[in-house]
Design a protein around this ligand. Structure first.
Ligand SMILES: [Zn+2]
Length: 329
């Protein structure tokens, strides 16, 4: 009996791949820097190379695979199995990913957006387990969400639901890459936190951040700000709190619209833990309608494995059943 599934999480920086058995146990995990500059074809070969490495390490062959799940960072045409547009990877426009993958590996494929795959991971194995009305938010370079209503993923009529990073939180705010002004992503994402720190570095008295990047402003990331806050820097803590307040406004809006039982926050920025989540909860308690304040806001549990694990689990279930029969896992 075929028991194994592979899940891949293609990111703008890294590719992560997991091999999972029928008990959801991870039998192998690989993380490699994505060779984005070589173009989509080579990146596809790189991903398939990782699948073959995982199989080889476990003395398996492609026939031992029930399926392959793949999450990509951008817009996906699931029916045509195409990566329509991946903004953080050069050259990824209307790529026939399904066809290319089959040329390298003949197994059933399930393609979806990376944020949704991570949301499935948390829903099936992580902090969202057991909750039917749940939103899983990824706060990283950008901000996106997988929305579950009554146990099912809500995709919207054109499959673009969940773009909460582009919710307006400032009427005349900063211009966003989407063309709108004042999007949440411009104030609460990893990129926004790093930008704010760079602005403050130009003023006097923010030396710790500069020390941490050895004087190179271009190297400042959200992780640098988090580190400075851990070391007791009040300005760094202030930047995080401001981002958290904007995130709280976004989540209060979300709570009022959807009334979810639980909101799970994952992604790189969520690694800041209570430093971020504390102020987020305070704002939600202050701004959401009283009837919607019972929403639980918790940290994701699967860390950087969420996307790849979600891809593997969803692929196994959906490919096996031919429909969204996922509640039993
Ligand atoms: Zn936007």
């Amino acid at each position: 009996m075929v028991k194994f599934t592979v899940g891949i999480d293609l990111g703008g920086t890294n590719i992560k791949a997991v091999l999972v058995d029928q008990n959801n146990e991870v039998k192998g995990y690989l993380k490699r820097a994505v060779q984005a500059e070589l173009g989509p074809r080579e990146v596809t070969r790189q991903m398939m190379g990782m699948v073959y490495t995982l199989l080889g390490e476990n003395k398996l062959v492609p026939a031992d695979l029930r399926g392959l799940g793949l999450g990509v960072p951008g817009l996906v045409d699931r029916r045509e199995e195409k990566a329509v547009f991946l903004p953080n990877l050069p050259g990824w426009h209307h790529i026939p990913l399904g066809q290319w993958i089959r040329e390298e590996l003949d197994v059933p494929l399930l393609l979806d957006n990376d944020v949704r795959m991570a949301a499935w991971g948390e829903k099936l194995l992580g902090a969202g387990r057991g909750w039917d009305d749940m939103v899983c938010i990824t706060v990283g370079t950008g901000i996106g969400a997988g929305i579950f209503l009554q146990g099912k993923m809500f995709r919207g009529h054109g499959e673009s639901a969940g773009e909460i990073g582009h919710m307006t939180v400032e009427k005349d705010g900063l211009l966003c890459t989407c063309g709108n002004q004042g999007c949440l992503e411009m104030y609460a994402s990893g990129r926004a936190i790093a930008r704010k720190a760079r602005e403050l570095v130009k003023q006097k008295g923010f030396n710790l951040i500069l020390e941490l990047v050895e004087g190179d402003e271009a190297r400042i990331t959200a992780a640098t700000v988090a580190r400075a806050a851990e070391l007791g820097d009040s300005k760094a803590q202030g930047i995080i709190e401001e981002a958290a307040r904007y995130l709280g406004i976004g989540l209060a809006n979300l709570a009022n619209i959807l009334n979810p039982r639980r909101i799970v926050i994952g992604g790189g920025v969520a690694g800041m833990g209570e430093r971020l989540l504390g102020p987020v909860r305070e704002v939600v308690q202050a701004r959401a309608m009283p009837v919607n304040r019972d929403v639980e806001i918790v940290a994701a549990q699967l860390g950087e494995l969420a996307g790849a694990l979600g891809a593997a689990l969803v692929a196994r279930c959906r490919l096996a059943d031919g429909k969204e029969k996922l509640k039993e896992i």
